[in-house]
Design a protein around this ligand. Structure first.
Ligand code: G
Ligand code: G
Ligand code: MN
Ligand code: NA
Length: 255
């Protein structure tokens, strides 16, 4: 199919871009992380969402190469941002389940790449969705342990929206839970959402996980989440995902 052919070409020519969305430490009011979000600017179709092309890349066997490119691009941007910021910073990178199932993590190469920029695993978070932990195979756990050995943190993305049970939370010491934006959207008017969010935060903290709330669009949502003990916030209220140079400007002019 045409789209897969174009995708293969784009992978080869490395013609994706990454956008960066700041993540705020709610108690310190500092930019402490950013999420890297991939975009494909197709020559004739314009921007194609990763929700459309990532599944295609997975089918076409291109996901490990895309994961490799994303890693390198995000790391080089992390080095630039660290020069501007005077506090600790982590870049949060989305990963596909296939990268864990099929040994798509080249940890040794990643470590030397980080090293060449004067960075370490401590500067990175890998985001995974709970689906991959439904039946955590030994390959998946092995890859996660390699990340841990390199100091790379792991976040559960879209927490609470998958089909898995909660028991997977015992299979690994996750560092962050990202509360899905569907719970945040109506937080100020829906007491059920409020109850779920509060319970997630208490549970996460008891499991030694910090909490990142996604999709914060108003000050009211931000205040309520902070009041409920949420550690970090991300969403249009602070900033939409930005191209690299705009993200650097944003970091420069924050607070
Ligand atoms: O930014 P946006 O809302 O369009 O992202 C849509 C989805 O694409 C999100 O679920 C996100 O996790 C996923 N995504 C964004 N960037 C990447 C990436 O670099 N790799 C993978 N595997 N998924 C990504
Ligand atoms: O699945 P994942 O959480 O990785 O996807 C994040 C997606 O959410 C990105 O596509 C990003 O563009 C989008 N997003 C980020 N902040 C907001 C927000 O405040 N509101 C809405 N509606 N979408 C957001
Ligand atoms: Mn994500
Ligand atoms: Na999410």
């Amino acid at each position: 199919n045409d789209t897969i052919r174009d995708l293969r070409l784009t992978v080869k020519k490395e013609q994706f871009i990454l956008l960066y969305q700041p993540i705020i430490d709610l108690s310190k009011n500092k930019i402490c992380k950013a999420e890297a979000l991939i975009r494909w600017n197709h020559p004739s179709r314009g921007f194609i969402s990763p929700e459309e092309f990532i599944p295609l890349a997975e089918e076409a066997g291109l996901i490990n190469e895309i994961g490799e490119w994303t890693f390198k691009e995000a790391v080089s941007q992390t080095a630039r941002v660290m020069k501007i910021l005077d506090n600790e910073f982590q870049m949060s990178i989305n990963t596909s389940p296939l990268q864990y199932h099929k040994n798509g993590m080249k940890i040794d190469i990643w470590n030397s790449y980080l090293d060449s920029y004067g960075l370490s695993g401590k500067n990175l978070v890998m985001e995974i969705t709970e689906g991959i932990l439904m039946k955590p195979s030994s390959t998946v756990i092995n890859n996660l342990n390699q990340l841990k050995n390199s100091g790379i943190d792991v976040a559960i993305d879209d927490f609470g929206t998958g089909y898995s049970s909660l028991s997977y939370l015992k299979s690994y010491d996750f560092n962050f839970l990202k509360i899905d934006q569907s719970f945040v959207r109506n937080l100020t008017v829906d007491s059920d959402d409020m109850a779920l969010v509060k319970a997630i935060i208490i549970m996460a903290h008891k499991l030694r996980c910090k909490v990142i709330a996604e999709g914060i669009e108003t000050k009211e949502q931000s205040d309520i989440l902070f009041g409920a003990g949420c550690d970090y916030g991300q969403g249009f209220y602070y900033s939409k995902p930005l191209i690299a140079s705009d993200f650097e400007d944003f970091v420069t002019h924050w607070d």
